[in-house]
Design a protein around this ligand. Structure first.
Ligand code: COA
Length: 161
């Protein structure tokens, strides 16, 4: 039985992330989504809020069977603890490559017992990102094509404060 982990900051989750989750589910027997901290990025939503949004968003699109957890620490520690075979990440443009390459090699150095697996982002989502969504929404733009309705509502609520 193959087990994979899909980690991310999900601030907030977008249809780009959901596309990766759907496709990764077909490749592995068990997929665990881990909502984590990226210490390099300022976050709009708290860890708990991001986790709740992932749960609600996946329910909204009918992905009820995916396991969703939070982890505040190193990715390799979680991968070791869960004994996963693979860590899945989405790859958009060449700009993602440098960062992902560094992440994969560092993680392998710290814990060599899992593979990093990269799924090429679908063309429809290659231009979106969580920060673009936050920015468009903060100027009153329509993000309904990029995020599920529950995330759209949470952004409205958060940015109103
Ligand atoms: N389509 C479109 N966009 C996508 C996408 C897809 N399929 N997959 C990811 N993205 C976007 C996201 O929207 C996000 O956009 P943003 O940069 O505007 O926020 C960006 O790509 C990547 O975000 P995401 O995948 O949500 O998470 P991340 O790259 O911020 O997460 C961690 C990185 C959490 C995995 C990493 O920081 C980590 O491992 N942290 C724990 C600490 C640790 O172990 N550090 C050691 C590192 S060597």
């Amino acid at each position: 039985m193959t087990k994979a982990l899909y980690p991310g900051s999900f601030d907030p989750i977008t249809y780009g992330h959901i596309d990766i989750i759907k496709r990764a589910q077909k490749l592995f027997d068990r997929l665990i989504v881990a909502v984590m901290r990226n210490p390099d990025k300022p976050m709009l939503f708290t860890l708990e809020e991001r986790h709740r949004l992932v749960v609600e968003a996946l329910r909204e699109v009918g992905l009820n069977t995916v396991e969703i957890i939070t982890h505040d620490g190193l990715l390799v520690d979680l991968a070791r603890h869960l004994r996963v075979d693979a860590v899945v990440r989405g790859l958009r443009a060449s700009t993602d490559f440098e960062y992902e390459f560094q992440l994969a090699l560092t993680n392998r150095d710290l814990y060599p017992d899992f593979e990093s697996v990269y799924l090429m982002t679908s063309r429809d989502f290659s231009f979106i990102s969580s920060s673009i969504v936050r920015q468009v929404k903060s100027y009153g733009g329509d993000v309904s094509r990029f995020v599920p309705a529950c995330v759209d509502r949470a952004l409205t609520e958060k940015l109103r404060r």
